[in-house]
Design a protein around this ligand. Structure first.
Ligand code: GAR
Length: 217
């Protein structure tokens, strides 16, 4: 079966991108990254892509008069690379409704909180401030409202009494790295699909292992 063509969009370090690059290095993985786009030209993630032999494209939002023109350029780049699934991986710009709708059910995002709690920025600090006992991360299909859309996977971590923003981020990030390739695999193999506001799973034993759901191995 032909591999699903991914376009990964980043703004920074790109550790989630790296987890996808590493997964794609396995010949059995059902997806390949055809382009990495960053709105920040100096993002370290662009180097990661280049090192892996992937087209790395900087589309600097500051060079565009408005969001729409920036997104037109992004869209053109994704089309040129015949992208089938857009993976937002630490992409820190809000996207217009028209762009999101163009990629409806073909764009996913990783967010470092247990959505629908803690949308937006500074998720870890806000969670600690609220004294929540559990935090985590969410992989979801993207809808026009910020950090909203059908949830594919979530992972939960405990929040310690003396937790800091940094320690919580460090605790959650490995789960992000674990979840992203698994979710892409489910989509590529057509085992996860949107039904209404939810994601349903076909032909897999969806279980939970520890605090990752669904857990697929
Ligand atoms: C990740 O923690 C990701 O969940 C978060 O940015 C970080 C990017 O790290 N994304 C968001 O906050 C989006 N709302 P990375 O560049 O090392 O993958």
């Amino acid at each position: 079966m032909a591999k699903l063509r991914l376009g990964v969009m980043i703004s920074g370090g790109g550790t989630n991108l790296q987890s996808l690059i590493d997964a794609c290095a396995d010949t059995d993985f059902p997806a390949e990254i055809t382009v990495v786009i960053s709105n920040r030209p100096l993002a370290k993630g662009l180097e990661r892509a280049t090192l892996a032999g992937i087209d790395a494209v900087a589309i600097d939002h500051k060079e565009y008069e408005d969001r729409e023109l920036f997104e037109d350029a992004v869209n053109m780049c994704l089309k040129e690379h015949r992208v089938q699934l857009v993976c937002l991986a630490g992409f820190m710009r809000i996207l217009n409704t028209s762009f999101v709708n163009r990629w409806k059910d073909r764009m996913v995002n990783i967010h470092p909180s247990l959505l629908p709690s803690y949308k937006g920025l500074h998720t870890h600090a806000r969670a600690i401030e609220d004294g929540v006992r559990f935090a985590g991360c969410t992989l979801h299909f993207v809808r026009p409202d910020l950090d909203n859309g059908p949830i594919i996977m979530q992972a939960v971590v405990p929040v310690d009494i003396d937790e800091t923003e940094e320690s919580l981020a460090a605790k959650i990030l490995p789960y992000e790295h674990k979840m992203y390739p698994q979710a892409v695999r489910l989509i590529a193999e057509r085992k996860a699909r949107v039904s209404g506001n939810r994601v349903v799973f076909d032909d897999i034993n969806v279980g939970t292992e520890g605090l990752v759901s669904p857990f697929i191995e």
